[in-house]
Design a protein around this ligand. Structure first.
Ligand SMILES: Cc1ncc(COP(=O)(O)O)c(C=O)c1O
Length: 397
């Protein structure tokens, strides 16, 4: 029989990374082991203290039981302590913190809580795909603002047409921004939060990369005041816990109440033994420092390789990616294709796959590739050597 498919799902096509994975497989079938910088999934093992806590907690919770969709009080208290230590903001674990099954779930589902068909959601492009998908699934309209090299990662509200702004209910900022690594300053966040508050727009700040920084520590939108602000965090990148699926949202108590209503209808929360592992992760900063150093080293090896073949120095101040500018006149797709040449066999994601045209018709992702600092140090050095050795294959793309 022919299986029905909804118009919405049909309109999306494939998740772009499925295409990356297919290309890696094709090379493998030819006996070539590609070095995969395609997806931001850390290759380092989750630190011992976290794995050990998870194992112990499985025994503590012999009767598994539904965990509850808002997170245990212990978990929410650990989050509140961490937010206070890191950002100097006091939050009430009872009403201002809620758990999520990784932050992707929260980012996508949040739209169901705050918008109706006809409302507008504003978000960055290039940007994390669930902003777009969550907007579409909730029947709202998307307005994309570009994030460009050298520019801020926050939008200028004055540059958004008034008929769009007057219908806007949610506005997403990613800081540090993925994939550019651009980080919002506190004055930028303050100005934006104040502007959003004036217009009754909920400001959502995706802070999944808040702990992966190479210069100053990124501020949180929570530092602008909690009213009208929701910050979304994840342990995926901070603690190499992508497979554990644990994150949390923090902020305005009314927004948290609404998020919980949405989640009550959708899921039954993060497993308790995972929450305990997350508490252990939040209590330790040493492993996070170690990850930062490792990412910094990989960032420099890769960025230096591109600089040595005459491309611009694109090393980011934060996040997990090199957002590398292509040779002049070369698209991101062609640049990625040249890196996938058998002699180089390096997987990068074309910027065009991560970005969509804005209202001006320009695609801010074009002419770039994204490379995640996730292969081992050894493989990163190998990739850098291949890039340097096969300079002409890249520059003539
Ligand atoms: C900007 C951004 N936000 C959120 C996430 C979600 O991470 P997770 O669902 O693993 O917490 C990602 C993942 O890559 C991301 O890039």
């Amino acid at each position: 029989m022919s299986i029905p498919i909804s118009d919405r799902v049909q309109s999306f096509g494939e998740y772009p990374f499925a295409e990356v994975q297919r290309r890696v497989r094709a090379l493998r079938e030819k006996g070539i082991q590609a070095i995969d910088f395609g997806i931001g999934d850390p290759s380092s093992p989750t630190p011992d203290l976290i794995r050990e806590k998870a194992q112990e907690a499985i025994e503590t919770h012999r009767r598994a039981g539904y965990p509850g969709f808002i997170g245990s009080m212990d978990f929410r208290e650990a989050v509140a302590r961490w937010i206070d230590n890191r950002f100097g903001v006091t939050v009430d674990p009872e009403t201002e913190v809620t758990s999520s099954i990784g932050s992707k779930e929260m980012v996508f589902n949040a739209h169901f809580g705050f918008v109706n068909p006809g409302d507008v959601v504003v978000f960055p492009t290039p940007g994390y795909p669930p902003y777009d998908r969550g907007t579409a699934f909730s029947g709202a309209e998307a307005f994309r603002y570009p994030v460009l090299r050298g520019g801020p990662c926050v939008p200028d509200l004055a540059a958004i047409p008034e008929d769009v702004l007057s219908r806007t209910k949610m506005l997403w900022v990613t800081s540090p921004h993925s994939p550019t690594g651009i980080t919002a300053t506190l004055p930028q966040l303050q100005e934006l939060a104040d502007g959003c508050r004036e217009r009754g727009i909920l400001l959502l700040c995706d802070e999944a990369y808040s702990e992966i920084y190479f210069d100053a520590r990124p501020p949180s939108a929570l530092q602008t005041g909690k009213s009208g602000v929701l910050s979304v965090f994840s342990l995926s990148k901070r603690s190499a816990m992508t497979g554990y699926r644990v994150g949390y949202a923090v902020g305005d108590p009314e927004a948290i109440r609404i998020l919980r209503l949405v989640k009550m209808s959708i899921d039954s929360g993060t497993p308790l033994f995972i929450q305990e592992a997350a508490i252990a992760a939040l209590s330790d900063e040493e492993h996070v420092r170690g990850f930062r150093e490792e990412y910094r080293e990989k960032r420099d090896i890769l960025a230096d390789a591109f600089v040595s073949i005459g491309l611009p120095d694109c090393r980011p101040e934060a996040a997990l990616y090199l957002w590398q500018q292509a040779p002049p006149g070369c698209s991101g797709i062609d640049f990625a294709r040249s890196l996938l040449h058998e002699d180089i066999a390096v997987v990068a994601t074309p910027g065009e796959w991560l970005s969509q045209p804005t209202s001006t018709g320009e695609n801010p992702g074009s002419g770039h590739v994204r490379m995640a600092f996730v292969p081992t140090l050894w493989d990163t050095k190998k990739a850098a050597e291949r890039i340097k050795t096969h300079r002409e294959l890249i520059l003539r793309a």
